[in-house]
Design a protein around this ligand. Structure first.
Ligand SMILES: [Cu+2]
Length: 122
């Protein structure tokens, strides 16, 4: 009985240690993979291929993404209020510092079609 209780305690301690180690490890992975890796958004028939793309990074990182589009439109980054034209079959790149935290819509302005969601964590 006593020995079983000790064993249970030991198992619990190992599980806690494992969860803590795993938790911090995956957090590190998330922040490194999210910070500043350039993203390409493909617009096909005026819509984002694979659905609305998520760009997640931390304040202070650089926001870097490219839109290649089969329609001509204007790319609008809400919150930061950047506008750039893209030609049919062309591409346009953005590269700016993430100075404002929050979740912002990136869209094809004239169509009102959201192509990406920019999430800047504080
Ligand atoms: Cu807009």
């Amino acid at each position: 009985m006593k020995r079983a209780a000790l064993l249970a305690l030991l198992v619990a301690a190992i599980v806690v240690a494992f969860v803590l180690a795993k938790g911090s490890g995956s957090n590190n992975n998330t922040s490194t993979s999210a910070s500043g890796a350039p993203v390409t958004i493909h617009v096909v028939n005026g819509k984002p291929q694979g659905g609305i793309q998520k760009i997640t990074l931390n304040k202070g990182d650089r926001v870097r993404f490219t839109v290649d589009s089969d329609v001509s439109d204007e790319i609008h980054v809400h919150g930061y209020n950047f506008h750039k034209d893209v030609k049919k079959g062309g591409s346009v790149s953005f590269n700016f510092p993430a100075t404002i935290d929050g979740i912002f819509v990136i869209e094809l302005e004239s169509r009102g079609e959201q192509i990406a969601s920019l999430q800047v964590n504080q």
